[in-house]
Design a protein around this ligand. Structure first.
Ligand code: FAD
Length: 500
């Protein structure tokens, strides 16, 4: 596996990519292919690549979207649509090998600060290298452009709310993001707090390995269920169609089907809800089907939060086999023997798993300065959800929620390369979005509109994120179908980008 390095980090670069998750590795591939003359490196705080898929090591960690679209457009996916963390890491390992990137990636290198100097048109980046042995060392890198692929949440620690009585609980409390590798749940009663994709993955994985597992949720989530297979992919593979073709055709089919479902969620949410519930009822089986209306029927419309896919209905099968159960209720407090709900019921537990989400991290927790002024990121306005007023020569890869994140990694890969080529052709060294006279006073909205998408970690931290405007190019679309057409032809000379 590509996880060690023996090569020094160059002190002078054209582009520095920060983060070796799916976004950073994709960025490196695009840059190398489309701008072969650029001197670049990729720095990663952790001791290996993978980001999300390296950090999350709880039992059963898997994707919730299909790998035909979560995979890169340039690297065919050959497995089942929903993939385990191991499969995704193996895929990324192959990409790093095939693109000869291992010499470019510097692991255990955490960026601490970045200081922009306008006269030099350079970022001065301070990086802490923590070698496997010996003390950490600080290195300095000067670069012209920062490609931010640091994701959106803090990898070191997940989000656990403070509940009364937590210290009274006699058992162990674990966050899935820091899953202890020595965890033995044999004979234990486990309660998983949460109802998102993480809880839906953990519960069936733990069922059968412990005495009983309970999913304790405040409110239900919409789940889609079906076989972990793609019929079209299976057919094309059986016909020996080249993998590249199969990948592209299945991607188009997946996107087409998703667009159809999303449209239906808006136009006929009740019909979609009824179909999702029918799928859940069937997976629960006749004896447990009544639980669908109690625990799997949310009050919001489908797709307002990421619609989690339960491959092969495994969550519902665990309930059907009585290895798992679901409780919907408000937590009053932790008690020595488990969790007391506001209706007085006690949910008994030996181990409590808090699948309660993330802590947002803003720009990789890096201290940014622009010409000696500390950056107030929350005051920025975004340019197409990629660049920011007041922040020169920087792009942040923030993917899609409703479609696979990586679709945007590829789109922004093309965009950044085009932008860099444009700057070179014009003899320019810096680019920064700036509101034009006609944009002054436009109404501003949060980074992600809450009526559009509202998971807890965003709601908690939206005030730290930049805002968007009410017109192009100041809108953060979060819409792959529109952006795939808009971004490649986005004008660079409409006055919203200042080049120097
Ligand atoms: C369990 C789980 C399942 C998911 N499943 C899906 C899915 O199926 N489909 C989907 O579209 N999305 C999914 N997501 C969302 C997922 O996080 C993104 O899709 C995607 O993996 C993010 O990739 P990234 O490379 O942008 O960021 P990350 O994976 O977060 O990687 C960022 C990297 O940057 C590094 N970094 C951060 N700050 C610094 C710094 N200061 N210096 C150096 N390095 C730094 C981090 O260590 C990390 O390795 C899932 C998320 C989780 C947690």
């Amino acid at each position: 596996m590509n996880s060690t390095h023996m090569h020094p980090l160059p002190a002078q670069l054209d582009v520095l990519i920060i983060g070796a998750g799916i976004s950073g590795v994709g960025a490196a591939c695009h840059l190398q292919q489309q701008c072969p003359d650029k001197r670049f490196a990729l720095v990663e705080a952790q001791a290996g690549f993978g980001g999300t898929w390296r950090t999350h090591r709880y039992p059963g960690t898997r994707s919730d979207s299909d790998l035909f679209t979560f995979g890169y457009r340039f690297k065919p996916w050959r497995g089942n649509p929903i993939a385990t963390a191991e499969q995704i890491l193996k895929y990324m390992d192959e990409v790093i090998d095939e693109h000869h990137l291992s010499q470019r990636i510097h692991y255990s290198h955490r960026v601490l600060s970045a200081r922009w100097s306008s006269p030099e048109a350079s970022w001065h980046v301070e990086i802490q290298h923590t070698p496997a042995e010996g003390d950490p060392v600080i290195c300095q890198v000067r670069c012209n452009f920062l490609w931010m692929c640091q994701g959106y949440y803090r990898h070191a620690e997940g989000y656990t709310p403070e509940w009364p009585g937590m210290s009274d609980f006699a058992g162990r409390i674990v966050h899935p993001q820091q899953w202890p590798q020595d965890m033995d749940l044999t004979g234990r009663r486990v309660v998983v707090i949460g109802s998102g994709a993480t809880a839906a993955t953990l519960v069936p994985s733990l069922a059968g390995t412990c005495q009983h597992v309970t999913m304790l949720q405040r409110s239900p989530t919409w789940f889609a269920t079906g076989r972990n297979a793609n019929e079209l992919a299976d057919t094309l593979r059986a016909l020996d169609i080249p993998h590249e073709w199969t990948h592209e055709i299945v991607r188009r089919k997946v996107l087409h089907d998703q667009a159809h479902i999303q449209q239906r969620c808006v136009q006929e949410p009740d019909a979609v809800a009824a179909e999702l519930l029918a799928g859940v009822r069937e997976a629960l089986g006749p004896e447990h089907a009544h639980l669908a209306d109690v625990h799997f029927k949310p009050s919001y419309r489908p797709w307002q939060q990421r619609l989690a896919f339960v491959p092969n209905g495994d969550l519902f099968k665990a309930v059907r086999n009585d290895q798992a159960s679901v409780v919907t209720g408000q937590i009053d407090r932790f008690v020595p023997e488990g969790i007391r709900l506001s209706n007085g019921d006690i949910v008994p537990a030996d181990v409590i798993v808090t699948a309660t989400g993330f802590n947002l991290n803003v720009l990789g927790d890096i201290a940014f300065q622009v010409d000696d002024q500390p950056l107030d990121f929350a005051r920025s306005v975004t340019w197409r959800g990629a660049m920011f007023t007041g922040l020169p020569n920087l792009v942040w890869v923030f993917g899609y929620f409703r479609a696979s994140w990586t679709l945007r990694t590829d789109l922004l890969g093309d965009f950044v390369c085009k932008l860099l080529q444009h700057m070179d052709s014009q003899g320019k060294r810096s680019v920064m979005p700036q509101l034009r006279p006609e944009d002054q006073g436009m109404s501003l909205a949060p980074w992600v509109r809450p009526d559009n998408f509202n998971p807890g970690y965003l709601a908690r931290s939206m005030h730290q994120l930049p805002r968007q405007g009410d017109r192009a190019p100041w809108v953060h679309l979060q819409d792959y179908r529109k952006e795939k057409d808009d971004l490649p032809v986005a004008p660079l000379d409409d006055g919203s980008l200042i080049f120097n």
